[in-house]
Write a protein that binds this ligand. Structure first.
Ligand code: PLP
Length: 457
């Protein structure tokens, strides 16, 4: 399989090239030249376990890693999960919850980042070279990135966060990782300060080249690909129905776009139910055709507090008939004017999605109502999906709701509605007694550069 950019300026990359490039060098996103249809293989897949499904599904998109090596990478990536089904399906009332949070940091990003870390290490060992990953986090995603590359050869990771402004739990999920290749940097400033340092360091191309600087953003193709697998696993665990629906709490459009790929591969997903919090750019797009930037709302589901959904460009590319110049035109218009429009009367978009957006009050009510009716505790992100699914689902078809985080990660929100409920997870309790390490640095790009240089002597 060859890969190219949605903007047309990069083409003919192998899978490993695409993974190492991350964001396409022309500013677009890397996509496979085609999406194979594997519906003929579905009957055989119906009895397979997670890693076997992963071998089949990912194997369709990877031809530059020998099959035995890919199998080993997949086994290693999911051996860190605490359930043998990796992403188990749990019946809750009249729906099925697919728990994507059995990885090391209890969030669905582990599914992708455990695999990505292993692919990075594999390619660097095979082709030579090193990687310094620099990232900024407000708390949610840093720990999954760290867990993906801790202890790996030829990789360092530097994660900046605003000192004293992430939740104590989220900070400890990062700072209790003591591997030599992991550096947590507490910046004396805000999350915005961390992000502007990040931009500044990446803008210094000489520095970026010298230290082989890389990012851990949600646009890496390997992340999307790893997520396609659990849509197939959901169908298998459901008992291979003729059709089913999936509800997905959505921010950057990475998770649900993986579902879209699975659907294009022939998996019988009737509708993908796309649920946003008050940051509803996608819901507005699918109802009006207008893709328009708003201001960020801070909500109970912080991992979905985004203005612009970075993976959306990949979807546009397929809807525009893989026409890179149209994608470029749309994205340039969006960049310049803060909005761009698709006329659904003249452009024939597929009918894969049903959408809805959810307020904080509705999120909390959904958590409480589900708990009272079934005894199952939803995290706030998952609750957003469950809420939209309730009104958008077809009651005749099985419904899978993707659960993207363990509730104990967001116990402070849940406690607002269920003050007396025990919301803990042993892996998080343990962190309270572990030694931690972080380095405080001033809000200064040069201090961060010097720190990175120091760790590369
Ligand atoms: C990242 C994240 C999401 C959003 O997923 P996207 O792929 O960005 O749409 C939802 N829930 C949790 C807990 C997350 O960490």
């Amino acid at each position: 399989m060859r890969y190219g950019s949605t903007r047309g300026g990069v083409s003919d990359l192998s899978f490993c090239d695409a993974v190492m490039m991350g964001l396409a060098s022309d500013g677009g996103l890397l996509v496979p030249a085609d999406i194979p249809d594997i519906r003929e293989q579905l009957p055989e897949m119906a009895s397979l376990g997670y890693t076997e499904i992963a071998n089949r599904v990912m194997g369709c998109f990877i031809d530059d890693i020998p099959a035995a090596d890919l199998e080993a990478l997949i086994e290693k990536s999911y051996a860190t999960f605490d359930d043998e089904r990796v992403t188990p399906l749990v019946p809750v009332g009249d729906m099925q919850i697919m728990e994507l949070f059995h990885g090391p940091t209890l969030a669905f990003k582990d599914v992708a980042l455990q695999f990505l870390g292993n692919v990075f290490e594999y390619v660097l060992a095979r082709d030579g070279g090193q990687l310094n990953i620099l990232g900024a986090t407000s708390g949610d995603t840093g720990s999954a990135a760290i867990a993906g590359v801790r202890g790996k050869e030829n990789i360092n990771i530097f994660i900046m966060f605003p000192d004293g402004r992430t939740s104590p739990l989220q900070e400890r999920q990062m700072t209790t990782v003591l591997d030599d290749n992991v550096q947590n940097i507490a910046i004396e400033g805000s999350f915005d300060d961390c992000q502007s340092i990040l931009k500044g360091v990446f803008a210094d191309l000489e520095f970026k080249d010298r230290y082989q600087l890389g990012a851990v953003n949600s646009v890496n193709w390997a992340r999307v690909l790893a997520q396609v697998v659990y849509y197939f696993a959901a169908w298998v665990q459901l008992g291979s129905p003729k059709a089913f629906q999936v509800a997905v709490p959505t921010g950057n459009f990475g998770n649900i776009f993986a579902g879209y790929i699975a659907r294009r591969m022939g998996l019988p997903i009737d509708k993908l139910i796309l649920a946003t919090n008050e940051n509803d750019i996608l819901h507005r797009f699918f109802t009006t055709g207008r893709y328009e930037r708003g201001s960020v709302h801070f909500t109970y589901s912080p991992a979905m507090d985004i203005q612009v959904s970075s993976n959306f460009e990949r979807y546009l590319y397929y809807q525009f008939g893989q026409d890179a110049s149209r994608v470029t035109g749309f994205m340039n218009e969006f960049l310049v004017h803060g909005s761009a429009t698709v006329n659904f009367n003249t452009v024939n978009f597929d009918d894969a999605f049903a959408t809805g957006c959810v307020s904080d009050e509705e999120t909390l009510n959904t958590i409480v109502a589900t708990y009272e009716a079934t005894g199952y505790l939803l995290d706030p992100h998952t609750a957003v999906g469950v809420h939209v699914a309730a009104s958008r689902r077809n009651p005749e078809l099985p419904l899978v709701c993707m659960a993207t985080a363990h509730p104990a990660k967001f116990d402070d929100v849940i406690r607002k509605g269920l003050p007396d409920t025990d919301i803990t997870h042993p892996a998080l309790e343990v962190l309270k007694d572990l030694p931690a390490r972080k380095t405080q640095l001033p809000n200064d790009q040069d201090a961060v550069k010097a720190f990175i240089a120091d760790h590369n002597d």
